[in-house]
Design a protein around this ligand. Structure first.
Ligand code: SF4
Ligand code: SF4
Ligand code: SF4
Length: 305
């Protein structure tokens, strides 16, 4: 069994207890306008083209049998992704690392072998493996099989999800998951449609079902200035969480711009390039609202109780 895996990151300390090895899955079902991993939204690998590293040797053009790469009228390289078969020949041919793909198909055995290299650190730090992305549940069968293998080896598995997937794909993983890191971004349905690009009633529905079935859920809120950090929106989100039984912890993740270059590399317009990064007063105000609702609050998302 294979999955499109973007990265396997070792020694992460933000996505669960102890040292975590994070497996980043390709693919997502949402289109959040503030996404900082836009290369992972597509279900197949995205082309990342680093213009400043490119020396225009044109080796990629010559190697592409599908003629997917061409030169624009401004003399720049461009890729027609509809013609690209993801053979990865152009990436291999580019000695300047100017051209690469966001993920590769990797065998389950190879992923397992890679994450198990950190076993001793998991045992000593109460750590484990975290599935992230993208949206891991887009490749839910692979997640399930990998989680089962890790469970057999008594390794803790966390999943970071936005919850916009069929309930069945979440449900079958429940027995093997230590902690769900559940993204909760907005409650207003019109705002959801505009900012996340989908009708997201399913996100709240899945969260209700999950909270009834699993005791360890950490709510993660990417806090975006003027969008979900108002008293009204944030307060309404807390009111919704109050109706669930098992939520104790809320992580507030202040918006950042670390992924903005990636939009240029995948040649997509980034609508939020001018968005204010860190409105400290609103971050603290939202943290206070969550605390008043009785939640343990962590700004940055590295504390787990
Ligand atoms: S092979 Fe790399 S350096 Fe050469 S033209 Fe293509 S992207 Fe640029
Ligand atoms: S991956 Fe293959 S088909 Fe796609 S642009 Fe590169 S060489 Fe062409
Ligand atoms: S859910 Fe996450 S990965 Fe998917 S589009 Fe939104 S921010 Fe990006």
């Amino acid at each position: 069994m294979e999955a499109f895996i973007a990265n396997i990151q070792h020694f992460n300390v933000h996505d669960g207890t102890g040292f975590r090895t994070v497996v980043f899955f390709q693919g997502c079902t949402l289109q959040c306008k503030w996404c900082q991993n836009p290369e992972l939204k597509s279900r197949i690998p995205s082309v990342l083209y680093h213009k400043t590293l490119c020396v225009r040797c044109d080796a990629c053009l010559q190697v592409c049998k599908n003629r997917a790469i061409s030169i624009t009228s401004r003399g720049e390289l461009t890729t027609d992704t509809s013609k690209c078969s993801r053979c990865f020949c152009c990436e291999e041919e580019c000695y300047y690392l100017a051209r690469r793909f966001s993920s590769r198909r990797i065998e389950l055995k190879a992923v397992l072998k890679e994450v198990m290299k950190d076993e001793i650190f998991f045992r000593r730090s109460n750590g484990g493996v975290t599935f992230s992305g993208g949206e891991p549940f887009v490749q839910h069968e692979f997640c399930l099989q990998l989680a089962k293998e890790l469970y057999k080896n008594a390794i803790s598995v966390n999943v970071e999800t936005a919850g916009h997937v069929p309930w069945q794909s979440i449900e079958k993983l429940i027995p093997y998951i230590d902690t769900f890191l559940y993204d909760f971004k907005l409650i207003d349905s019109k705002k959801q449609l505009y900012w996340l690009g989908a009708d997201t009633a399913i996100i709240m529905d899945n969260l209700k079902k999950l909270s009834a079935a699993h005791r360890r859920i950490v709510i993660r809120i990417p806090l975006i200035s003027g969008i979900n950090d108002t008293d009204e929106e944030f307060g309404a989100m807390m009111n919704f969480l109050d109706t669930l039984e098992t939520i104790r912890t809320v992580h507030i993740l202040p918006f950042h711009q670390l992924g903005s270059l990636k939009y240029e590399m995948i040649m997509e317009n980034y609508e939020m390039s001018d968005k204010e990064v860190n409105n400290q007063a609103r971050i603290m105000a939202c943290a206070e609202i969550a605390k008043k609702h009785g939640y343990f609050v962590d700004i940055g998302g590295s504390s787990f109780i």
